[in-house]
Design a protein. Structure first.
Length: 115
């Protein structure tokens, strides 16, 4: 069986979602973690850890991509996703407000120092 990388997940919730969709659609998959954590997981009997790569058979890759598309589109809409335009606007506003308060504090400090 030739394997193809479907996705690399960075948190356990994301891994859980991908595994659930692949199981529900009866698509065989393999989860691989690198480093010593993987060996500790095997010895300790813990569930999958992250970051992890999810591989599927090459012939199932297109179906798996279609089934898991909903996860990728929802991730891009998340309020804390840095690619979300709303997140960027909020961050710019937060930095502007922080800058204004910083300048106000600096002005008060300088005024009191020069008085």
């Amino acid at each position: 069986m030739s394997e193809k990388l479907l996705v690399t997940v960075l948190d356990s919730v994301e891994l859980f979602l991908y595994e659930g969709i692949l199981k529900q659609n009866e698509i065989p998959y393999i989860v691989r973690q690198s480093g010593i954590k993987n060996y500790m997981k095997i010895l300790g009997g813990a569930s999958h850890s992250v970051p992890a790569d999810i591989f599927v058979a090459e012939e199932d890759h297109e179906k798996a991509s279609e089934c898991t598309e909903v996860i990728r589109t929802e991730e891009n809409k998340a309020p804390d996703n840095k690619n979300n335009p709303e997140y960027r606007k909020k961050m710019i506003i937060a930095w502007v407000i922080t800058g204004i308060f910083g300048l106000a504090i600096l002005a008060v400090f300088l005024y009191s120092a020069l008085k």
